[in-house]
Design a protein. Structure first.
Length: 502
């Protein structure tokens, strides 16, 4: 049994706060780390102790292994939780933590390493009977043999980086004549991004869904907790996730779940992990990669399975059995998550910066808000643009979709541009509401990024402009908006908006 009472949370923002809360519920103390930019952040104030790492740049703070180990030593932490991003999938960090005599709250470094090399992962998965996309299981060497293999696989094919993941160093090849050029560009992109130019080939799957399976493994068992539907993404960044998926029935869930469990067993997995699959239109599914960390979208699984995944990570690291009932589990109801980011869809999704001037957090039945930011916080370009996750639960998908619309209407976040308006348009969209989408949905729907200026809003703005001008001239005293031209808006509401504008 690896006993510990104090956990270093090697992360920031919402996931750091999420882990600190789980520590407290497990009766553990939590130590926060922070850059100078995050001194007053919510995750720092929620912790029992805190250690400053260094300047805002992640390389000098959250990505500095030496500084993190030093912080653990200084604060008496005996275990390290990496969260997601940053160092969470660095086998070398897991090893350094263990070598320092601390407990690593995550899978063995060997499992991280096996899944990090995509061709090794494909070989191991194939050997374990996990379906992989047809293609090669070793890196390509010369263009001539690559062309022969591509003909065997059948066009279109995809060139992928062996050290890749997340879409870098990836090329679709529709014609034999395009293959040589694609190999060259993918290899040079891979060399730049990962320091490894190795590439391999896969059959290109057209218009699939992205469906992933949550797994949990303790010393005794490996179980799956069903799927998350993650097809609503933009440039490999997920925007909305849900559990379960409209495309997965009980029978498919059990087959995909069994494949994910076999994948985890094949690499000696422990803790929480996720197997990503492509689900083709014909119902065939293919293992893509395994994420060896807790993921951003883990809450939707928690809400339909009634299991706290972060608390289970802590229990497993302590050597306790996971609190998951034996036998088959079924998801209950429906959960959806919106990533609220400081990106401006109307401005090419550029990240926006500034101080959050006002924040009204949605709440009420079936609503969860996981965030690390508060009113008054500065949003910079140093860190990820995700400000919060708005998560809802409902008894079925239509109820969850309606509840998300209600929650989005409650949300007010000013001072930085956000993608909240985009989410409102998405949740009103007929195709989305019918569950008819694949990974290319958002590419086909650029209209959802543009805010239509409603006629009613134009009228209200005209009335407000006139009133502002009137008051500025001093011809009408403040509070006399009752005399305003009929606009369909209550006078007190108009005065309120006017006051906010001033
Ligand atoms: C694919 C694919 C189609 N066919 N592989 C993108 C990131 C990396 N994890 C794997 N990716 C893909 N691999 C074959 N053989 C399409 C994608 C893909 C994708 C996958 C999941 C979620 C979003 C995606 C967006 C574009 C492409």
């Amino acid at each position: 049994m690896s006993q510990f009472t104090r956990v270093l949370v090697a992360n920031r923002g919402e996931i750091a706060l999420r882990i600190i809360r789980a520590c407290h519920e497990e009766g553990l103390e939590a130590v926060a780390v922070h850059s100078t930019a995050d001194r007053g952040a919510a995750h720092v104030r929620a912790a029992d102790a805190a250690a400053e790492l260094g300047p805002p740049a992640p390389g000098e703070s959250y990505l500095d292994i030496g500084k993190l180990l030093d912080a653990a030593a200084r604060t008496g932490a005996q275990a390290v939780h990496p969260g997601y991003g940053f160092l969470s999938e660095r086998a070398a960090f897991a090893e350094a933590v263990t070598r320092a005599g601390l407990v690593w709250i995550g899978p063995p470094a060997s499992a991280i390493r096996s899944m990090g090399d995509k061709t090794e992962a494909r070989r191991r998965m194939a050997a374990a009977g996990v379906p992989i996309v047809p293609g090669t299981t070793a890196a390509m060497t010369d263009p001539t043999s690559a062309l022969a293999l591509a003909h065997e696989i059948g066009f279109p094919v995809m060139v992928k980086a062996a050290a890749g993941g997340g879409g870098k160093g990836m090329r679709v090849v529709r014609e034999p004549s395009e293959l040589a050029a694609a190999l060259t560009t993918a290899a040079s992109e891979a060399q730049k991004a990962f320091g490894d130019a190795s590439v391999y080939l896969e059959k290109y799957i057209e218009r699939p869904r992205h469906v992933e399976i949550q797994v949990l493994a303790d010393a005794e068992r490996v179980v799956h907790l069903g799927e998350r539907e993650c097809s609503i993404q933009r440039r490999h960044q997920k925007v909305v996730e849900e559990a379960p998926s409209v495309a997965v029935d009980r029978e498919l869930r059990e087959r995909m779940g069994a494949a994910a469990v076999a994948a985890a067993q094949a690499v000696g997995y422990r803790g929480a992990g996720t197997c990503e699959f492509l689900l083709a239109a014909d119902g065939a599914f293919y293992f893509l990669e395994m994420n060896t960390r807790i993921q951003v979208e883990h809450p939707v699984t928690e809400l339909v399975y009634g299991i706290d995944l972060v608390r289970e990570q802590l229990r497993i690291a302590r050597g306790f059995p996971m609190r998951v009932p034996p036998g088959l589990m079924q998801p209950r109801g429906w959960s959806i998550e919106c990533r609220i980011t400081s990106e401006d869809p109307a401005n090419g999704w550029l990240p926006s910066t500034g101080r959050i001037s006002y924040l009204r957090v949605p709440s009420g039945p079936g609503v969860r808000w996981d965030s690390g930011v508060e009113a008054g916080d500065e949003v910079s370009l140093y860190y990820d643009s995700m400000l919060a996750k708005l998560i809802v639960w409902g008894p079925d998908r239509p109820s969850a979709v309606d509840r998300m619309q209600r929650a989005l209407r409650e949300l007010v976040l000013t001072g930085v541009a956000t993608n909240a308006g985009f989410h409102e348009r998405l949740f009103a969209d007929a195709e989305f509401r019918r569950g008819e989408f694949d990974i290319q949905f958002l590419e086909r729907r650029p209209d959802l990024a543009e805010a239509p200026v409603a006629d009613a809003m134009v009228e209200q703005l005209a009335v407000l402009a006139a009133l502002a001008e009137d008051q500025h001239r001093g011809t009408r005293p403040r509070g006399a908006v009752a005399d305003a031209p009929a606009s369909g808006v209550a006078p007190w509401a108009l005065q309120g908006r006017l006051d906010v504008l001033r």
